[in-house]
Design a protein around this ligand. Sequence first.
Ligand code: KDG
Length: 348
Amino acid sequence: MFKKLLSIFMVVALFTSVLAACGNTEDKAADSEKKGSGKARVIRAGIGLNDKHPQYLALLKFKEIVEKETNGSITVETYHSSQLGDDRAMMEALQLGTQQMTIPSTAPIANFVPEFSVYDIPFLFPSEEVADKVLLESDVAKELLEKLPAQGMVGLAYWENGFRDLTNDKVAVATAADFKNLKIRTMENQLHLAAFRELGANPTPMAFAEVFTAMQQGTIDGQENPVATIYLQKFNEVQKYLSTTHHVYSPFVVLLSKMFWDDSSKEEQDILVKAAQEAGDYERQLNREANTKYLEDLKATGMTVTEVTPEARAEMKTITDKAVEPFVDKIGKDTVEKVKKAVEDASK
Ligand code: KDG
């Protein structure tokens, strides 16, 4: 009798443990279902800069974190050098859901959310430290990101393109007067164009991928970008002169398609934001090291580097301030005032 009871007990215990195991499997499946509908979803991430730039290295860091933290329920495919198109095309693809991520400068974003042009105000940020405090800590910087979902995009984090410097093939630019008649490519942004016109240059908007060839063929005299971009995109091969104008500090924004965001669980959304922020800290560190190192390397390649004096920069600011006034209403007076106050507070 005892043996019979023992065997019944063992069968019941075995059955219970099998049920529990199934239950766990079902929990896992449900969890994965909750996370990302069971099958791995793919983020196709495209940028304009090449695979040597800190922006791409940080995108690889983002990929590593997301794939690890989501246990592969989200995977990231990375495309550099405008393989998926220029900034405008890639942002439109995010709106359509045919691409899931891109990381443009804020300047082209202003064509979708005009308020982002506040970051195009020349000489707005006096240093990287102040830029970090405003972009990473101020309410107004967050408020600007919150305007993106209405355009079908979610801003996960600010990264750094950096202080933009002028290159050209005609003259060593040391003061505002030296800009006269220079054919300068700018990003596709009305405030950038207006600022260079005010300085006496002859600016033309152009997608980033076309810039090298345009300089090589002489259809433009120059362009303006941070040193890391100038070096890593080999602009020094077709440009004689670099001037450390530092005329605009360009943030990047990590943009995610809102369609992908809405299909993600809360847990995945938190992972995506945290990964973008962590990769952003890494990108700023790499970018600053690169901007310092590559300035020396550009000198070593024979580029004539003109260190623009604070006095010359102040004169350039006085001139470009006149270009800003007509844009204040378009950006929003409130946004301009809030950002300027944040810069002032961060500079104390
Ligand atoms: O996709 C590259 C652009 O967003 C930007 O990073 C490069 O600053 C740039 C420019 O001049 O277009």
